[in-house]
Ligand binder design. Structure first.
Ligand code: NDP
Length: 284
């Protein structure tokens, strides 16, 4: 490994962490933009995340990406200096120091939106259905609302979590209230122009119980989950007539690009890194 000045040290922190593709992505961004950086993986003890973060920044580290199970803990650590996206999400995936204070942001939503743009799909004026009300849904809700959709509906297996998330979003963005609705997963009525799966259902092979009238002509089906094969959600979407299908690999690279831009004030190109990652995924 080349020696890198401490001020150029970055890392992703989580538990487990070996699987993380963030080092590859950030090193590629660094190469692309001519920024020399070191980007490591940090395995933090589940009960001592705060200590690991302090140690990293005390030793001159510049920025951390945070992954499961620490996104909420990172939000608490940076509570004094959170972006509005992080406040709504209650979760932080990007940490950095400024003027000796810890700052936190959630770039998942920006990553999703940039990937949807890459696919040539516009959200403004469209009917958007968000499936799920967990951490990933919370992370993308504010940017989705700000994209001026005609309607954004949150549907979740446990309907109460969907209602709670709507209430929370309205407190942060009251002017968007009339465009935001919520309900149970088994009460959805189509059609929708864009359907985003932010549930973890694709981790298994079971499909969600969704009506076959979910997709409007030309609709996008987007699964935040990604893998070598099409997910069960995307297979079902294809059978139900969705026109554009995408998994969450582009979102992963997009959220990393947004973190990179916060830290380095340079916007890297997503496409070449996404293509390289896709190739890697297909060979694993
Ligand atoms: P959480 O555990 O916080 O939330 C899980 C959500 O999935 C809840 O809404 C839960 O509903 C719902 N759910 C789980 N199983 C089922 C099922 N069988 N049927 C219906 N609903 C179900 O997970 P996250 O929000 O953190 O992650 C969700 C997905 O997003 C994961 O697949 C993750 O990999 C992906 N993700 C991708 C990212 C990317 O960059 N591509 C970034 C972040 C996440 P209920 O509330 O009723 O339990």
């Amino acid at each position: 490994m080349t020696s890198t000045a401490p001020e150029n040290r970055y890392a992703v922190i989580g538990n487990p962490i070996e699987h993380s593709r963030s080092p590859f992505i950030h090193q590629e961004f660094g190469r692309q933009t001519g920024i020399a950086l070191q980007y490591d993986r940090i395995l933090a003890p589940v009960d001592n995340f705060a200590h690991s973060v302090k140690q990293f920044f005390d030793q001159g580290g510049r920025g951390l990406n945070v992954t499961l199970p620490f996104k909420e803990a990172a939000c608490a650590l940076a509570a004094e200096n959170l972006s509005s996206r992080a406040q709504l999400a209650g979760a932080v995936n990007t940490l950095w120091m400024d003027d000796g204070r810890l700052h936190g942001c959630n770039t998942d939503g920006v990553g999703l939106l940039s990937d949807i743009r890459r696919l040539g799909v516009t959200l403004a004026g469209r009917k958007v259905l968000l499936l799920g009300a967990g951490g990933a849904a919370k992370g993308v809700l504010l940017p989705l609302l700000q994209a001026r959709c005609a309607q954004l509906h949150i549907a979740n297996r446990s309907a109460q979590r969907a209602y709670d998330l709507r209430e929370r979003a309205i407190r942060v963005a009251p002017r968007r209230a009339e465009r935001l609705s919520a309900g149970a997963l088994d009460a959805i009525v189509g059609p929708w122009d864009v359907v985003i799966n932010a549930t973890s259902s694709s981790l298994g092979t079971a499909t969600l119980n969704l009506p076959d009238t979910l997709y409007a002509p030309g609709a996008l089906a987007y699964d935040m989950m990604y893998g070598a094969q099409a997910t069960s959600f995307l297979l079902q979407a294809r059978a139900h007539g969705a026109s554009v299908l995408a998994d969450g690999l582009g979102m992963l690279v997009g959220q990393a690009a947004a973190s990179f831009a916060i830290w380095h004030r340079v916007q890297p190109k997503v496409e070449p890194v996404l293509a390289a990652l896709r190739q890697q995924l297909q060979h694993t």
